[in-house]
Design a protein around this ligand. Structure first.
Ligand SMILES: C[S@@+](CC[C@H](N)C(=O)[O-])C[C@H]1O[C@@H](n2cnc3c(N)ncnc32)[C@H](O)[C@@H]1O
Length: 476
């Protein structure tokens, strides 16, 4: 029986440690911990192929398969020792024949445990665990605390021995994770959530903050966005309500200020370009940007481009809300890394002979240098009056010491949700990639504060050297 099945049979929540039905109080608590540990291990194994279970990061390493059978063997040995009182090292020949290779790992295990599928390992793990649980259910707390004075590292009770089984599983989980990271062909596709067909979670984080600005910040708002809250709908109403909790923490306030200033900066530049005659606006990596729904420029056509996964999620939210999609808004799904932007946009109606403004807000840092350069080259091919608005982040080593922790925290958070930062620029580097554009405005936190926050009476404002906004236009 698999551990998943064991979990499903009980109404006891996995993550609430505590006594468990069918066990003495302390044993029950320990069982809840054992189960939790196992669930974490199993969560890493889904869909592993035989080749992946056998794969060795270097010739002397253990494969994931060998590590799994080793976990099962350890549990069997500890069971024999604690339930059947077999002294360590005095296991029968039959037991050693069956489990000895697995317990010792090394070259013999590399040869023996090869070519088995995941079900084979799961079965052994589940059998060993079923036996453990059955034996634990027959014992009481006193037995759990019984001390073995002959144990090699000194007097040790059964709880300590079984805790060691759990700790040992955690130790090998670390090795399994390391191997998983190196598995050929898995690194990128497993890490990058968009590539796995999941909608962007960073886009949700941004949208929640823009919506929080509408509800919780003092008026006048930096970004007036009456669609931000309705678009999130019931599905994210609780997340939005929860956002109130950390609203005034520094990191949350600074991030919110940055995100609303970023959109406002883009929309202000767009308005100037529209006044100068531009009639096309392309939002690359639009996420849950709402400009297209509330476009105030009657002649402006808006093209929202995003990864197919993010775009279909946005369309679901749009349909579920009362938000109306105007005729001027066109959705174009493109993966910038693998698909040709120009063809998809022009099929949707974008005229490459007429000026257009492009925006990439919170997007550049997620792209490869090649994809970004290719995109800029395409934009630079549009006629005079065209431009691009985007934000970029300076490299970590250019940041003052006091900002490094915040950068690292953000980078590790976005990486953990499958959207790692990949591209940074110094102000000089950004100018050099923009060599095709004649008018370049590079704006830092101080200038954005002057533009959008200087009159505010609340503490909402920007601080930090990391983020810059660029508006780069063609023509004098
Ligand atoms: C941080 S979100 C920003 C969303 C939006 N610009 C905003 O400010 O609300 C990043 C966006 O870039 C999109 N994106 C990232 N990599 C992409 C790719 N390779 N192709 C298309 N879109 C991509 C994501 O789907 C997501 O919507």
């Amino acid at each position: 029986m698999s551990i998943f099945a064991q979990q499903d049979q009980t109404a006891e929540p996995l993550c609430v440690f505590g006594p468990r039905n069918g066990y003495s109080p302390q044993i029950g608590v320990f069982v809840s911990q054992l189960n939790w540990m196992r669930k974490v291990v199993l969560s890493r194994l889904q869909n592993l192929s035989v080749e992946e279970l056998d794969w060795l990061p270097h010739p002397d390493a253990n494969s994931i398969g060998a590590l799994l059978i080793h976990l099962a063997a350890s549990e069997v040995y500890y069971g024999l020792n604690t339930f059947d009182s077999v002294p360590w090292g005095r296991f029968s020949y039959d037991i050693r024949k069956k489990w000895g290779v697995a317990i010792n790992l090394g070259q013999t295990a590399r040869v023996r445990y090869k070519g088995f599928d995941l079900a084979y390992y799961l079965l052994h793990l589940a059998d060993a665990r079923e036996h453990t649980l059955s034996e634990l259910s027959k014992r009481d707390d006193e037995c759990l605390m019984a001390i073995d004075t002959t144990w090699s590292w000194g007097p040790t009770n059964n709880l300590c021995k079984w805790f060691h089984v759990c700790e040992h599983e955690s130790h090998h989980l670390g090795q399994i994770d390391l191997i998983l990271k190196q598995l050929p062909g898995r690194q990128r596709s497993d890490k990058r959530s968009l590539q796995r067909g999941q909608a962007s979670r960073t886009a949700l984080g941004v949208a929640l903050r823009r919506a929080a600005h509408q509800i919780y910040d003092e008026v006048p708002l930096v970004l007036n966005d009456p669609v931000a809250v309705p678009l999130l709908g019931d599905r994210y109403a609780k997340a939005l309500a929860d956002a109130q909790e950390d609203l005034n923490e520094d990191s949350s306030r600074l991030m919110r200020a940055w995100l609303v200033a970023r959109s406002r900066f883009a929309e202000d530049h767009l308005a100037r370009a529209v006044e100068a005659g531009v009639r096309q606006y392309v939002i690359l990596g639009a996420g849950l940007d709402t400009f297209g729904f509330r476009n105030p420029h009657p002649e402006l056509q808006v093209y929202e481009v995003d990864h197919p996964a993010t775009q279909s999620w946005k369309q679901e939210l749009t349909e579920a809300s009362a938000v109306v999609v105007p005729d001027s808004l066109h959705f174009v799904s493109v993966d910038f890394e693998t698909q040709k932007l120009s063809e998809r946009l022009e099929d949707a109606g974008l005229d490459s002979r007429a000026p257009a403004v492009f925006a990439l807000l919170g997007v550049v840092m997620y792209l490869t240098a090649d994809a970004f350069e290719e995109t800029l080259k395409y934009i630079a091919g549009f006629p005079e009056g065209s431009g691009v608005i985007f934000d970029y982040a300076v490299p970590r080593d250019m940041l003052p010491d006091e900002e490094i922790d915040a950068r690292d925290e953000l980078a590790s958070r976005v990486e953990s949700i499958g959207e790692p930062f990949r591209l940074f620029f110094s102000p000089d580097e950004v100018r050099s990639v923009l060599s095709a554009f004649e008018r370049i405005e590079d704006v830092d936190d101080k200038e954005l504060n002057r533009l959008y926050f200087s009159e505010r009476t609340d503490p909402l404002n920007l601080k930090g050297r990391s983020g810059h906004m660029i508006a780069a236009f063609r023509g004098a």
